[in-house]
Design a protein around this ligand. Structure first.
Ligand code: SAM
Length: 238
């Protein structure tokens, strides 16, 4: 067992997350490819082994403490190098994942991870959330939407809520200082027919970093005018 796998397994167990040998093997391949590919492609600023495990792998999976993501459909908006989508797809092999990003190079990396690890519950979309949210195949089709480090809440709600089924949840991975963003998101929440659901905090072990998961429930089908055209949600948030 590599030092990385030993550490990941210990940290997962501490948080009562059980990973099988097959799942741990997939994390090993993902880790090796991430570190190797990052030498020539900008995937992550975090490369030290313990930090990759805590800030990428464990952080992505800790949502499982607060939500049951088994047997459902989940879209990850702005997945980058696959966070949180790939760790979640490894953790929940019976759920179906779609990972979307506008940067093809990062998706090519993820595709290599999927093939090498034989992960079969993930599909990839290359494009802007603003465009694919109007595609019938994806609009209002998902039980959950997740997103980490993509935009502030007023923008993020417009990018993410359109993908969620009525009654489904959008869960945003945030840092502690989310209260101002939440305050600024009131208008977006009203226009996008979603309501605050819950907020959960946890501390990344030994690093003194507090993370927050904040979720919104989609109440009604949206007006077709949302999301607005690409770029607008960021430039001129609701
Ligand atoms: N979620 C990953 C993580 O936590 O490591 C990546 C975060 S990275 C800072 C933001 C990613 O969001 C980038 O890969 C970028 O291409 C993508 N992104 C930003 N706006 C987007 C949009 N409107 N549609 C699709 N992808 C977007």
């Amino acid at each position: 067992m590599s030092k990385m796998i030993e550490f990941l397994n210990d940290e997962a167990k501490k948080n009562e997350i059980e990973l099988s040998d097959i799942q741990l093997g997939r994390f090993q391949v993902y880790y090796d490819l991430l570190i190797e590919t990052n030498k020539f492609l900008n995937l992550t600023a975090i490369t030290e082994m313990h930090e990759v495990v805590l800030k990428h792998f464990i952080d992505s999976m800790m949502i499982s403490k607060f939500y049951d993501l088994s047997d459902c459909s989940i879209i990850d908006i702005g997945t980058g190098a696959g966070f949180p989508g790939i760790p979640l797809a490894i953790l929940y092999p019976d759920s179906e994942f779609v990972l979307l990003d506008s940067l093809q190079k990062r998706l090519t990396f993820i595709d290599q991870v999927l093939k090498t690890c034989r992960i079969e519950n993930v599909s990839l979309i290359h494009g802007r959330a603003e465009d694919f949210a109007h595609d019938k195949m994806y609009r209002e089709q998902f039980d959950f939407c997740v997103s980490r480090a993509v935009a502030a809440l007023p923008t993020l709600l417009e990018l993410c809520i359109p993908f969620v089924k009525v009654g489904g949840l959008f869960v945003s991975y945030k840092s502690e200082s989310v209260s101002e963003e939440l305050e600024n998101a009131k208008n977006a929440m009203e226009l996008l027919f979603c309501k605050f659901n819950r907020l959960d905090k946890y501390e990344i072990s030994d690093l003194n970093i507090n993370r927050v998961y904040i979720s919104f429930e989609k109440r009604k089908e949206l007006s077709k005018k949302y999301p607005r055209q690409a770029g607008k949600p960021k430039k001129n948030p609701l």
